[in-house]
Design a protein around this ligand. Structure first.
Ligand code: SF4
Length: 332
């Protein structure tokens, strides 16, 4: 496998049908901003919206038994892993729902870890600790497994208010267990509007120190994305916005510029533009990675505005890391 990800030749945007104008233009008729994907450095898999928790703010709307996005099997995922390997992917990542409730997960990871480093997102409650023994065999695979645990806030009361009593302590314990077993761990936190970023980060650093975790644990902050299907009123991202407030280098850091996400919807495996837009079929880019590559991504979804404003990204892969940057100053 080459170290360099495959370059993708852009191809004409094809998006026929009644929604065509809305896809390309804002309601005021301005051309929408867009991202031109330039590589497939990272591939995400959505393992399904079934979860062992039911947090009311979940951006995926995940909860026990949920089937909006279906659970994946090894057979579902295998063709995409192999196709990604052929394309020179550098990072494979898994999100849910709760990936650790997926029956085939260890088998999937065994295959994935022969291709590239793997990151899994988890709530760290019950399902992961139960499967820790079965993960040990994966330590001998060619690439490392890293785990990102959600800690919404650095204090138990605020975290447990959303996730359930006792779950802050469980997530912290899981971080300690993972670190003790040698896994690279990171933390996902919520980012409040207008927060004092330095103070919040300081609270997390103190917590990590108290848990005897490394001082350099990556903390990935996410703004409020709303729940699936929500239609918050946000400014439209126009082509002018993308050229006035963003540089070419900034546009290349949008997740949809270098990654895709595979989801199972309606019994079919589909490739979506990124991890944030699985509730809008316009972002379905095909049934294979080959079909999806090179397709221009129009910034129509309300979550695209969060990417524009905050640089929100799920990625933390080495070499393609994109962290949440200070908000872009606009008149919006
Ligand atoms: S949500 Fe962000 S990464 Fe996804 S398509 Fe919109 S701009 Fe791209």
């Amino acid at each position: 496998m080459s170290d360099a990800p495959a370059r993708i030749a852009p191809r004409p945007l094809v998006h026929d049908g009644p929604a065509r104008d809305d896809w390309l233009y804002t309601p005021l008729g301005e051309p929408r901003g867009y991202i031109e994907p330039h590589t497939l450095a990272e591939l995400w898999f959505h393992t399904g919206t079934a979860c062992n928790l039911a947090c009311p703010f979940c951006l995926e709307g995940s909860k026990p038994g949920d089937r909006r996005i279906e659970r994946v099997t090894f057979a579902d995922v295998l063709p995409f892993l192999d196709e990604a390997a052929a394309l020179g992917v550098r990072q494979l990542s898994f999100t849910g729902g709760e990936p650790f409730i997926i029956k085939d997960l260890v088998r999937i990871l065994h295959h994935a870890l022969a291709i590239a480093p793997v990151l899994i997102l988890t709530n760290g409650v019950d399902a992961l600790p139960r499967r820790l023994p079965s993960l040990r065999a994966l330590r001998a695979r060619p690439h490392p497994l890293a785990v990102r645990v959600s800690l919404d806030y650095a204090d138990a009361a605020r975290h447990d208010a959303g996730r359930g009593a006792g779950n802050f302590a469980k997530a912290c314990r899981t971080l300690q267990l993972l670190h003790a077993e040698g896994y690279r761990v990171s933390v996902a936190r919520q980012m409040a509007a207008g927060e004092d970023r330095a103070r919040v980060e300081g609270d997390y650093r103190r917590l990590l120190r108290d848990l005897s975790l490394p001082a350099d644990v990556n903390i990935v902050a996410f703004p409020d994305f709303g729940t699936p299907g929500a239609q918050p009123v946000v400014p439209h991202v126009t082509r002018t916005c993308m050229t006035t407030y963003q540089t070419e280098a900034m546009r290349r850091e949008f997740m949809c510029a270098y990654s895709k996400m595979v989801v199972k919807i309606g019994g079919r495996m589909r490739v979506y533009a990124c991890t944030l837009v699985d509730d809008d079929p316009a972002y379905d880019q095909g049934g294979t990675l080959a079909e999806s590559l090179g397709r221009r991504v129009m910034l129509r979804h309300h979550r695209c505005f969060a990417c524009f404003k905050f640089g929100a990204s799920c990625s933390e892969a080495q070499g393609i890391e994109v962290t949440t940057r200070p908000p872009v100053a606009t008149n919006s």
